[in-house]
Design a protein around this ligand. Structure first.
Ligand code: ZN
Length: 196
């Protein structure tokens, strides 16, 4: 399968996922300006980990999980953070890529869709960003933290909303987690930053 065909298959699975999870469909409509652009793959150490163990799926999330494992070698994986900020173990077992957005494999200016993977027993420290955000768990499990709210442990199909500039954190324990994340509002092209 060509990279483009793999990305088109992934986009189709993501669209089905968006339509099947009410919180996602209610957060932002599926964009109508998506345009594929070839981007060079960028490999990170998480790829074989994701392919070997994405964590437990649901029947609804299985097709998206399969498409994400298939796309892994073609994706432009990113870290954003430095080893000084998050540590070497974190960088060896974490990565994300922009499926669609201002700087994604598909260009859209209506939302930003990213995919993130964390191996077991990682702590993603408090961070924040201007756009509102809706996490959905595709496979595995993680604890989602928002300041002044109760922690929530989410598995496949679970969602969590983060308001603009609201600090949040994520922790994996015995399982990895694979997430599909939507942003909306101003600042779609800006990276998150660790909270002060
Ligand atoms: Zn966030």
């Amino acid at each position: 399968m060509s990279a483009r065909a793999a990305f088109e298959a992934l986009l189709s699975a993501a669209r089905d996922w968006h339509a099947s999870v009410p919180a996602l469909a209610g957060f932002v409509p599926w964009p109508d300006d998506l345009r594929y652009v070839p981007r060079p793959a960028h490999a990170l150490p998480l790829i074989p980990l994701l392919q070997a163990d994405p964590g437990t799926t649901s029947p609804q999330s299985q097709p998206l999980c399969d498409a994400l494992r298939a796309i892994a070698p073609y994706a432009e994986w990113r870290h954003t953070y430095t080893e000084a900020e998050v540590g070497g173990d974190f960088l060896n077992r974490f990565g994300w890529f922009e499926l669609a957005g201002p700087d994604g494999h598909f260009i859209t200016h209506q939302t930003r869709m990213t995919v993130g993977y964390w191996g077991p027993n990682l702590y993603y420290d408090w961070h924040q960003h201007e756009p509102e955000e809706l996490y959905s768990v595709v496979s595995g499990q993680a604890v989602f933290r928002v300041r002044d709210q109760t922690d929530e442990t989410l598995s496949a199909g679970g969602t969590r909303l983060h308001a603009s500039q609201q600090p949040h954190a994520l922790e994996t324990r015995d399982h990895p987690v694979l997430t599909f994340v939507l942003w909306r509002g101003a600042g779609l092209a800006d990276p998150p930053r660790l909270s002060a």
